[in-house]
Design a protein around this ligand. Structure first.
Ligand code: B1M
Length: 209
C-alpha cells in the first residue's frame, strides 16, 4: 500500500532515488497522480519551505529536496496531464536584465513548482521586453534581482508589461536581497516576498485574490 506520508518524509530528507521509487510505486498501485502530488510531494515541499523560513533548513537542504522533487515530477508530470489535473497556475520567472545571480531565483522556482505551479523559467539577464512578450493572461510574473543597480529593471519590466497591455492581466511579484515591500509598492508590483517559501505563498494568495 502506497504510503504518501512516507513519500513526503523522504522528500523532506532529500532522498531522491527513494522519492522517485515511491512515486512510481504509488502510481503503479493506482493512486491518482493528483493525490501523489498533493499528499506526497507538495506536502513534503511545504514542510521544507516552513523549515527554511524558520532557519531549520538552509539553502543546501532546500536544493537537495527540490532536486528530489524534480526527479519525481519527471514521472508524475505526464500522468498529471493524462488525468487532466490542472496546475495551480503558471509562473513566469526570471532574473531581471543585467543581473546574473540565479541561486535565489532557482530556489523560488523550485518552491513554486513544489506548490503546484507550472513554472516557466526565462533564466538570467531577462530583458523587460522578453518578460512582456512571454507573459500570458493569468500568469504570475516573478522577478528576482540581487543588485541595487539591477532592481530598477523590475520597474522597467512592469512598464513593459503595461505597454504590452498585459499589466492588468497578470500578477507581478518581486524579490531578492536588495528588494523591499516599499520598493514593490513604489513600482506597482502586486507582491513582494523575502524568501523562496514566502514567494510561493504570496503567488498563491495573488491568484486566489
Ligand atoms: Co554577486 N553580489 N556579484 N555574485 N553575490 C552579491 C549579491 C553582493 C551582495 C556581494 C557583496 O558585495 N557583498 C553584491 C551586490 C551589492 C549590491 O548591489 N547591493 C554583489 C556584486 C556586487 C556582484 C558583482 C557586481 C561583482 C563584480 O563583478 N564586481 C557581480 C555582478 C554580476 C551580475 O549579476 N551582472 C556579481 C557576480 C556574482 C557571481 C557570478 C560570482 C555569483 C552568482 C552566481 C549565481 O547566482 N549563479 C555571485 C554570488 C554568489 C553572490 C553572493 C555571494 C550570494 C548570492 C546568493 O546566491 N545567495 C551575494 C552576497 C550574499 O548574498 N552573501 C552577492 C543565496 C541565495 C539563496 O539568496 O539570492 O538572496 P538570494 O535569494 C533569496 C532571497 O533574496 C529571495 O529568496 C531567496 C531564497 O530565500 N529571493 C526572492 C530571491 N529572488 C526572489 C524573487 C522573489 C521572491 C524572493 O519573487 C519573485
Amino acid at each position: 500500500m502506497a504510503d504518501l506520508a512516507a513519500l513526503a518524509e523522504s522528500l523532506i530528507n532529500g532522498k531522491a532515488p527513494e522519492v522517485k521509487e515511491m512515486t512510481q510505486k504509488a502510481l503503479d498501485e493506482g493512486v491518482a497522480p493528483g493525490k501523489v502530488l498533493n499528499e506526497g510531494l507538495i506536502k513534503g515541499m511545504n514542510v521544507v519551505g516552513e523549515k527554511f523560513k524558520n532557519n531549520e533548513f538552509y539553502v543546501p537542504e532546500v536544493l537537495i529536496a527540490a532536486r528530489a522533487m524534480k526527479g519525481a515530477m519527471g514521472i508524475l508530470k505526464p500522468k498529471l496531464a493524462e488525468s487532466g489535473v490542472e496546475p495551480v497556475g503558471r509562473v513566469l520567472i526570471g532574473t531581471v536584465k543585467g543581473d546574473l545571480h540565479d541561486i535565489g531565483k532557482n530556489l523560488v522556482a523550485m518552491m513554486m513548482e513544489g506548490a503546484g505551479f507550472d513554472v516557466v523559467d526565462l533564466g538570467i539577464d531577462v530583458a523587460p521586453e522578453k518578460f512582456a512578450a512571454e507573459a500570458q493572461e493569468g500568469d504570475v510574473v516573478a522577478m528576482s534581482a540581487l543588485l541595487t543597480t539591477t532592481m530598477t529593471a523590475m520597474k522597467t519590466t512592469i512598464e513593459a508589461l503595461e505597454e504590452a497591455g498585459k499589466k492588468d492581466k497578470v500578477k507581478t511579484i518581486i524579490g531578492g536581497a536588495p528588494v523591499t515591500q516599499n520598493y514593490a509598492d513604489e513600482i506597482g508590483a502586486n507582491g513582494y516576498a523575502r524568501d523562496a517559501a514566502s514567494a510561493a505563498d504570496v503567488a498563491k494568495e495573488l491568484i486566489d485574490a
